[in-house]
Design a protein around this ligand. Sequence first.
Ligand code: DAH
Length: 379
Amino acid sequence: MDLEHLSTDSLERIARAATPGEIEGLRVELLGKSGTVTGLLKTLGQMSPEQRQVEGPRLNGLRQTVAAAIDERKAALEAAALEERLARETLDLTLPAPEMPQGSVHPVSQVMDELAEIFADLGFAVATGPEIEDDWHNFTALNMPESHPARAMHDTFYFPVQNGVETDHEGAQQRRMLLRTHTSPVQVRTMLAAVKANPGGAPVRIIAPGRVYRSDSDATHTPMFHQIEGLVIDRDIHLGHLKWTLETFLKAFFERDDIVLRLRPSYFPFTEPSVEVDVGFALVGGRRVLGGSGDAPGHAWMELLGSGMVNRRVIEMSGLDPDQWQGFAFGVGVDRLAMLKYGMDDLRAFFDGDVRWLKHYGFAFLDQPTLSAGVGARA
Ligand code: DAH
């Protein structure tokens, strides 16, 4: 085949190639190691200089023409393949997107976050303690010795005594384990830790949110529920500090300036004096709306939390000198706060794990844990 013929024939076949595979086959056949054009180029070596001067440019020209044609055809085939794919695989952007299930923040977690934030602004740190507690921290150190009648009111879940040996905090009698019945033992643990770190004692300002357990179950009681404990220890702390703190906290939490508190004398073994705190509310359309004095027309008082000045005996048992250190404490049900703020009426539903309930009452998890994530931000 003369060069002229070879050139036309090759270009024709390249133009007819219908797939990238065919093009690749032609490239190997013509320009590959033992390809036709390559073979011709190799003959240059045996030619006389004169002949080479004539044939060299012709053969190299042929190689370049063929290579360019192959590249061009290959690019055209690839472009066509892409066009075809684009046409075939069009996305219908108007189709509804598949649903992405999203979790939500449980109201108890939300309220605990809100409380931590409010108290952080007041200079309180968050403290924690074990849910499996011993008798001493849960009762004795809170001024409820073995035979104290207040113990009976706690419906305590006790663990079986191990090996019949019961040793105490001080290595004595009764280290009986139980599920803590309140968050108050965190008071004791926090004071003990403060004394350990600082033998003369040190100021304490903490809240302790967490789970507590009592053998009780109806529409407003579940065997597990949540409390938040508050404790302030310093020199010269008095009842006025307690009242201001509770008022500030409740106004911030319920997002109302017209919250009115009533402090009523009460009794808790771990405080002296003890104060029960009521909050005024009005009944609006069958719902309790907090705000205003409970003595105002159409209003009433609702018991909200327990508090008082920390009993000297508790301060003493926690290793501090009660003549130098005083303080106040309070304890409040977190679930109850959530129910009041967000209008839920059955406590049991909190812990049923019903996804429909969570979807309705839960909070979008992207919300910052702040007061700005209020009712309007529900998921
Ligand atoms: N621990 C109490 C309870 O569970 C609540 C309580 C009352 C806590 C008065 C306190 C307090 O710190 O001062 O019923």
